[in-house]
Design a protein around this ligand. Structure first.
Ligand SMILES: [Zn+2]
Length: 80
């Protein structure tokens, strides 16, 4: 989920709530409104914009309380 920020690696794990898969799929011609789906079962986890924001939040906010908030909103994402 790189946004062109070289060296700014974000380590997060996605877990599909339906099948437990960890691979997300976005359309080839995607933008922030594109749906992000689970590659395993096709479950839509959100828009690319939401996924990016959640990944940034999870990666940038080490505070457990904040992380709890985020993982409640986005239970399919985990900091690694
Ligand atoms: Zn799935």
């Amino acid at each position: 989920m790189s946004d062109g920020n070289a060296g700014d690696r974000i380590n997060v794990t996605f877990t599909c709530l339906k099948c437990g898969g960890h691979i997300l799929s976005v359309p080839d011609d995607h933008n922030d409104d594109s749906p992000v789906t689970c590659k395993g079962c096709g479950n839509v986890v959100g828009t690319l914009g939401e996924v990016k924001a959640a990944a940034l939040d999870v990666a940038a906010k080490p505070l457990n309380q904040k992380l709890d908030e985020i993982t409640k909103r986005f239970p399919w994402i985990r900091r690694t």
